[in-house]
Design a protein around this ligand. Structure first.
Ligand SMILES: Nc1ncnc2c1ncn2[C@@H]1O[C@H](COP(=O)(O)OP(=O)(O)O)[C@@H](O)[C@H]1O
Length: 190
């Protein structure tokens, strides 16, 4: 089983690249943001728990997110591997994943970060907000909160995965297909 964590700031292109990578490597793509948005739209119990945090651009509490993620992983016992997109986003979540995956005989293979400057990313999010309907992409204040959350809670994961020799970074600026190539060359050399 190969498990890749796609890592990057909001707007870095994780979702876009995940679409290509899941096809190429036959992976199950788990996007916590997409799963939460699905639950919001359908007004499920999970959606009710997540809504206020998501609407403010804050992270949903780890207990809620991790329980959801583990449920999703368990739905795919025969997969060739997972492409985690948007999880883990805190040290607590990374530790939870490192504790859970061995229970299914697996582990994180590698974490790959898509890197880009903040100004470019904020511009991308505002552009996406015009068509995506995502409330959190239409408001600069919410975008700012998401970057704050990233810097405080998610950025420490870089050192967490470096300590395990599992951290790889690629340049997230350029043509979509060129970025896909950079990612596949990392994965092919794992
Ligand atoms: N691993 C997670 N832990 C906590 N909250 C999460 C997680 N993944 C997604 N969320 C919630 O869903 C929102 C949207 O997620 P996502 O689409 O991945 O965002 P972004 O475009 O900011 O990277 C986040 O702002 C957060 O409220």
């Amino acid at each position: 089983m190969i498990n890749i964590v796609l890592f990057g700031k909001p707007g870095a292109g994780k979702g876009t690249q995940a679409e290509f990578l899941k096809e190429k490597y036959n992976l199950t793509h788990l996007s916590t943001g997409d799963i939460f948005r699905f639950n919001l739209k359908n007004d499920t119990e999970l959606g009710k728990k997540a809504r206020v945090f998501m609407d403010n651009g804050e992270l949903v509490p780890c207990e809620v997110t991790t329980a959801m993620l583990i449920d999703e992983v368990k739905k795919h016992p025969d997969t060739a591997g997972f492409l985690f997109d948007g999880y883990p986003r805190t040290i607590n979540q990374a530790e939870a994943l490192d504790k859970f995956l061995p229970t299914i005989g697996s582990s994180v293979t590698a974490t790959i970060a898509l890197e880009a400057d903040d100004e470019i990313l904020v511009a991308r999010l505002l552009e996406r907000g015009k068509t995506s309907g995502r409330a959190d992409d239409q408001d600069e204040e919410k975008i700012r909160v998401r970057y704050q959350e990233y810097n405080e809670k998610t950025a420490p994961l870089i050192d967490y995965y470096k300590a395990q020799n599992k951290f790889h970074a690629v340049d997230g600026i350029g043509e979509i297909k060129d970025i896909t190539e950079r990612l596949t060359s990392v994965i092919d050399n794992l």
